[in-house]
Design a protein around this ligand. Sequence first.
Ligand SMILES: [Zn+2]
Length: 119
Amino acid sequence: MKEAGGTITELVKRRFGLWREVVRAGDFVRGSVVMLRRPCTYRGCRLCREGKKHPATYLSLKEKGRTTLVYLPKRLVEEAKRWVGEWRRLDELLREMSRTNVEVLRLLAKRVSKPKGGR
Ligand SMILES: [Zn+2]
């Protein structure tokens, strides 16, 4: 019992550390920044005729199997990349927190299912 309690204390401490990182997170967005070459609507466009088209940067979002693109002006590209990076960091933090909670549940389950004296 005593040693298990110590381990839970460690896990709770770790979880608290993860929480502190989560609440300090900056803006984030789930998606990725992609550069695409898309055609324009101008009929006589040389770039489109030559297959070069028009490169532009987008935020690509997948939701329920559908991809949505949000156009990113040049001056927003770096900001969007930071937000995407922040999402990935948070995602990893939450996964780590979940793994920690799995361990907490394992220890709690052991305690609960331990036969009590006399039974
Ligand atoms: Zn064009």
